[in-house]
Design a protein around this ligand. Structure first.
Ligand SMILES: CC(C)(COP(=O)(O)OP(=O)(O)OC[C@H]1O[C@@H](n2cnc3c(N)ncnc32)[C@H](O)[C@@H]1OP(=O)(O)O)[C@@H](O)C(=O)NCCC(=O)NCCS
Length: 178
C-alpha cells in the first residue's frame, strides 16, 4: 500500500463491490453532461445485480493471476480504479495486459491517476511483458499521462467509437515492461 497526503492506493478487496459500482455509475452521470467523455461504457447502464456479477467475475481473475486491480481511496470512498487484465489467458498472447483507468470527476488533476497507474505498472512487472490501451483521440489529459509514463502510440483507429451520430477516433498505445 502506498499513501499520499490525501489519498491511498491499495489492492481491490471483495468488499469494494458497492464502492466500485457507484464509481462506475458516476461515469454515466458524467457522460450525460459530457457526450465526449473518453470512457467506453455500455449503451444501457447495467443494473446493480449485473454489476455485482461483473465484479465477482473480475475479482476471481485477480486470484487466478490474470488481473491486477488497484483502487484509490479518498474521503473514505473509492475514487479511482486501475486494472490490468490478461486479455487471452493460456494463449500466445498471455504476456499482454490491457490497462484501464478512471478517476471520479471531482478527484482528478491532483496526482491520483499518475500514482494509481504508476503502481499498476510496477505491479505488472514479472506478470506481463507488454501493456496496451486505447484512448479517445480527444482525451488530452489521459494521453498526456500515458506518454509521461512511457507509453508509445502505435496507431489510430478512426471512427472506432460511435455515440448517436457522432464518431470518435481512438489511439492505440503500448508499454514494454520487460
Ligand atoms: C485520465 C485520468 C485517469 C488522469 O488522472 P488524474 O488523476 O486526473 O491525473 P493526474 O492528476 O495524476 O495527472 C497526471 C497527468 O495527467 C495530465 N493532466 C492531469 N490533469 C490535467 C488537466 N486538467 N489538464 C491537462 N492535463 C492534465 C498531466 O499530464 C498530468 O501530469 P503531471 O502529473 O506531470 O501534472 C483522469 O483524468 C480520468 O479519469 N479521466 C476520465 C476517464 C478517462 O479518460 N480515463 C482514461 C480512459 S483511456
Amino acid at each position: 500500500m502506498s499513501a499520499k497526503s490525501d489519498f491511498i492506493i491499495r489492492d481491490v478487496r471483495i468488499r469494494d463491490s458497492e464502492g466500485i459500482i457507484n464509481l462506475y455509475y458516476s461515469y454515466y452521470e458524467e457522460l450525460g453532461a459530457n457526450p465526449s467523455l473518453g470512457l467506453v461504457l455500455y449503451r444501457r447502464k447495467p443494473d446493480f445485480r449485473q454489476e455485482s456479477e461483473w465484479f465477482k467475475a473480475a475479482y476471481k481473475q485477480i486470484g487466478l493471476g490474470n488481473s491486477i486491480a488497484l483502487v484509490a481511496e479518498a474521503d473514505g470512498k473509492i475514487v479511482g480504479l486501475c486494472d490490468v487484465v490478461r486479455i487471452k489467458p493460456g494463449t500466445s498472447a498471455d504476456h499482454v495486459g490491457q490497462i484501464g483507468i478512471a478517476i471520479k470527476k471531482e478527484y482528478r488533476s491532483r496526482g491520483i491517476g499518475r500514482a494509481l497507474m504508476s503502481e499498476a505498472i510496477k505491479r505488472s512487472k514479472g506478470k506481463f511483458e507488454q501493456l496496451i490501451l486505447n484512448v479517445f483521440e480527444n482525451n488530452r489529459t489521459a494521453l498526456s499521462l500515458y506518454k509521461k509514463l512511457g507509453f508509445r502510440e502505435f496507431g489510430t483507429l478512426r471512427m472506432s467509437q460511435k455515440r448517436g451520430n457522432r464518431y470518435f477516433n481512438e489511439k492505440y498505445l503500448y508499454l514494454r515492461i520487460k
